[in-house]
Ligand binder design. Structure first.
Ligand code: ADP
Ligand code: ARG
Length: 368
């Protein structure tokens, strides 16, 4: 016979279940909510999962609270720890399938192929510099042995930052060599300028805040970058690490080459969490698998004014964001266009999806 303390440790308590029920009701009553959370948190799924708890103590409430607080979420869920992806499978699996281009519950992420030796297939998309302002490719990594934001302690954040600082000290290659700038102690002027110039993550993201992902801020958070700010690593924002390569213009091959060099060097020194089926693990299910978002900042005045611009991009498996990234608007007709799916294809294929799609958009613009 299992005793009461066993159930306390493994099952959600009454107060948590009550909040889950209230959250479910709120979603049901929100007519204007179109999140994947609302779509897949059916009554059956909610009832099946509401009393479950991961070994680290995370519940369904941790998974859904951001999407409940922010009814305008596109996705609406986060995984508080790696186990959540399995324990709360009935919610995550269909949602992942929907987001990642039909990646089914029995499918597996292919082996990593960053595209080494293939970057010559990615010739400059805009050699005359008429359309593309800049190109950026990022990927995320989670340090093995640590859960995601809502389960991290203040000591964890500081310890993780210490570990990655050691890794940065080993980035001796000319192009990768740089400096780590902790957020703790950074002046507001410097921080604001870095955000404005598209190099640093923003502060106070309400989706992350509601997911309990900003505790102890700015402790353990920071940015590493080289002198030219073409190779950057975000520390402990949404994911433990976001490794980024970016530069002006449309030379996707060059941007990918630099990213590959950075990822390989970092990976040789720090073990990262990877799941057999889901690939590289991240806090948000939209980033699983390759974790790759390859984007251009692009001006397409003619076709972006068409009412079917979003449909054209959807059909090319591309996502449109604004000039300051997710949940921002276009300014001066500049859009951030990237691959949408990150799971069920290789890293190189994810970049190629953006590359082929943007190439097509530029051809349409020229003909329009
Ligand atoms: P992420 O790409 O890491 O998921 P965001 O969409 O919030 O997150 O973008 C982060 C920052 O990167 C934003 O400031 C955004 O403007 C910038 N960014 C994204 N793509 C490009 C690009 N191609 N060129 C320049 N900046 C970019
Ligand atoms: N939770 C937010 C939403 O649902 C962001 C989802 C995807 N983006 C991300 N940065 N994880 O709209």
């Amino acid at each position: 016979m299992k005793n009461l303390s066993f159930f306390r440790k493994t099952m959600a308590d009454a107060a948590t279940i009550k909040k889950i029920e209230e959250g479910f009701e709120k979603l049901q009553n929100a007519k204007d909510c179109h999140s994947l959370l609302k779509k897949y948190l059916t009554k059956e799924v909610k009832d099946q999962l509401k009393d479950k708890k991961t070994k680290l103590g995370a519940t369904l409430l941790d998974v859904i609270q951001s999407g409940v607080a922010n009814l305008d979420s596109g996705v609406g869920v986060y995984a508080p720890d790696a186990e959540a992806y399995t324990l709360f499978k009935p919610l995550f699996d269909p949602l992942i399938k929907d987001y990642h281009n039909g990646f089914a519950a029995n499918q597996k992420q292919p082996a990593t192929d960053l595209g080494e030796g293939k970057t010559s297939q990615l010739a400059d998309l805009d050699p005359e510099g008429k359309y593309i302002n800049s190109t950026r490719i990022r990927c995320g990594r989670s340090l093995q042995g640590y859960p995601f934001n809502p389960c991290l302690t203040e000591a964890n954040y500081v310890e993780m930052e210490g570990k990655v600082k050691k890794v940065f000290a080993e980035l001796k290659d000319g192009e990768l060599q740089g400096t780590y700038y902790p957020l703790d102690g950074m002046t507001k002027e410097v921080q604001t300028q870095l955000i404005q110039d598209h190099f640093l993550f923003k502060e106070g993201d309400r989706f992350l805040q509601a997911a309990n992902a900003c505790r102890y801020w700015p402790k353990g958070r920071g940015i590493y970058h080289n002198k030219d700010k073409t190779f950057l690593v975000w520390v402990n924002e949404e994911d433990h690490l976001r490794i980024i390569s970016m530069q002006q213009g449309g030379n996707v091959g060059k941007v990918l080459e630099r990213l590959i060099k950075g990822v390989k060097t970092i990976q040789a020194q720090a073990p990262f969490s990877r799941d057999e089926r889901l690939g590289w693990l991240t806090f948000c299910p939209s980033n699983l698998g390759t974790t790759v978002r390859a984007s251009v900042h692009i001006k397409l005045p003619k076709i972006s004014a068409r009412p079917d611009f979003k449909k054209i991009c959807d059909d090319l498996k591309l996502q449109i964001r604004g000039i300051h990234g997710e949940h921002s608007d276009s300014v001066g007709g500049v859009y951030d266009i990237s691959n949408k799916a990150r799971l069920g294809l290789t890293e190189f294929e994810a970049v190629k999806q953006m590359y082929d799609g943007v190439k097509h958009l530029i051809e349409l613009e020229k003909k329009a």
